[in-house]
Design a protein around this ligand. Structure first.
Ligand SMILES: Cc1ncc(COP(=O)(O)O)c(C=O)c1O
Length: 423
């Protein structure tokens, strides 16, 4: 029998997933691409910049949409089979009903900025929250402002403020839940409803939650964005982004991606798809350890505040309980210091010594990977600001952010307790 004949149908051609399949099953089995071509279990890395056509008739069929294979690729900036398989997997995680689409990008910022550029035009108005990711706010306040896109910034979770800020020019509300570094959770069902009534689109960045802990699309949000660099990929080894949701809106961003070019490369897509297979396991472990760490921090004499949405003392605990299935792996806390002290005893210096005393957790920005990371936001993302400017931005010098990984819980707790003994 010729090996060039198409293979007969076999059991693996039967769809494995229905809408009842759970998130772990989806992370492993959704978006398998076209394994029949290679008999491989992982999606192969199709490392190519362009795709060849048999003849001019095939080119014509592809260009006119008459090609029998709708997934036939043309050029790397428009599509890649490894990337498409990843996109299917992420879409299946965010929306088990199978209606959502996903476009992958070379970074989370590329996903966010391309989506905003696709949905806005000169004269549009955007609403965002004061505690949104700093670069997202910067993009709106500086880059989009240069193209006469206007914006209003409202207080974290202030839905009355959002309603009051909507004008006839408002096209988009950009939210985030939970936020960095205070883990504020916004009532997304209420936000979605409010926006729908006003005919305004919503994008919510749920990087800190992941689809394991929170699915914003079924709550009525139009588009979800992820820095896939974080939990989705999960190993601190690749930058990637994902935009998921309403197919027409994702389609606009996908088309613009083909113009502005923020594509994810096939090897990066492979790494994210591989990371996704253990997403549920990793997130469940991080949720459990973070909950324990937060509880220990809450009773520690050297800690003045703990921020973790799983703790009843967190200001948005009730919202988190209502819409999340787990509270995530990021815990922030403030070290008790003498606010007026200077030099070696200043809040900044004392807190730096605590951060330096971690042995297991490594000092780095980012979160969501298997390795626990720790940072003092005042000297990481806000280094160039004075203490007063940082305070105005809501960042205290004594703040520490812990992004918990998958190490053994007892080792992570021992590391935190050891760090808090720093002089
Ligand atoms: C909440 C959030 N959104 C977006 C981004 C940007 O993602 P990336 O670094 O993948 O561009 C980050 C990165 O830290 C983030 O924390």
């Amino acid at each position: 029998m010729s090996s060039f004949l198409p293979p007969p149908p076999r059991h693996s051609d039967t769809p494995l997933l229905d809408e009842h399949a759970g998130p772990s099953t989806r992370s492993v089995h959704a978006g398998v691409g076209r394994p029949e071509r290679f008999d491989a279990i992982p999606v192969p890395i199709v490392e190519t910049a362009t795709y060849t056509f048999r003849d001019s008739a095939e080119v014509a069929a592809h260009m006119t949409g008459a090609h029998p294979d709708p997934k036939r690729e043309e050029y790397g900036r428009y599509g890649n089979p490894t990337v498409r398989a990843l996109e299917e997997r992420i879409a299946a995680l965010e929306d088990p009903s199978g209606q959502a689409e996903c476009a992958a990008f070379g970074s989370g910022m590329s996903a966010l900025t391309t989506a905003m550029l696709a949905l806005l035009k000169t004269g549009s108005h955007v609403i965002l929250f004061r505690d949104g990711y700093r670069r997202t706010r910067q993009f709106v306040a500086k880059t989009l402002a240069a193209y006469s896109v206007e914006h209003t910034i409202v207080e974290p979770g202030d839905l009355a403020g959002v309603a009051a800020a909507i004008t006839p020019k408002t096209r988009l509300i950009v939210g985030e839940s939970p936020t960095n570094p205070y883990l504020h959770c916004t009532d997304l069902r209420a936000l979605g409803e409010l926006a729908r009534k006003a005919r305004v689109k919503t994008i919510v960045d749920t990087t800190f939650a992941t689809p394991i802990n929170l699915r914003a699309l079924p709550l009525g949000i139009d588009l979800v964005v992820h820095s896939a660099t974080k939990y989705l990929a999960g190993h601190h080894d690749v930058l990637a982004g994902a935009l998921v949701g309403n197919p027409a809106l994702v389609g606009l961003a996908r088309d613009l991606r083909g113009v502005v070019g923020g594509v994810l490369d096939p090897h990066g897509a492979f790494l994210v798809a591989r990371g996704l297979k253990t997403l549920a396991l990793r997130v469940e472990r991080a949720n459990a350890t973070a909950m324990k760490v937060a509880a220990r921090l809450a009773e520690h004499p050297r800690v003045s505040h703990v921020f973790y949405p799983g703790l009843p003392m967190h200001p948005t605990h009730a919202v988190a309980v209502e819409q999340m299935r787990g509270f995530g792996g990021v815990v922030s806390f403030r070290v008790k210091t003498e606010p007026e002290a200077e030099g070696d005893r200043s809040s900044l210096a004392v807190t730096s010594r605590v951060v330096d005393a971690f042995r297991l957790a490594r000092i780095a920005p980012s979160l969501g990977g298997v390795d626990t990371l720790v940072e003092q936001p005042a000297i990481m993302s806000y280094y160039e600001l004075s203490t007063e400017e940082r305070r105005a931005a809501g960042i205290e010098d004594d703040l520490v952010r812990l992004a918990i990984g998958i190490e053994d819980e007892s080792d992570v707790i021992a590391d935190v307790m050891r760090a808090l003994e720093a002089p």
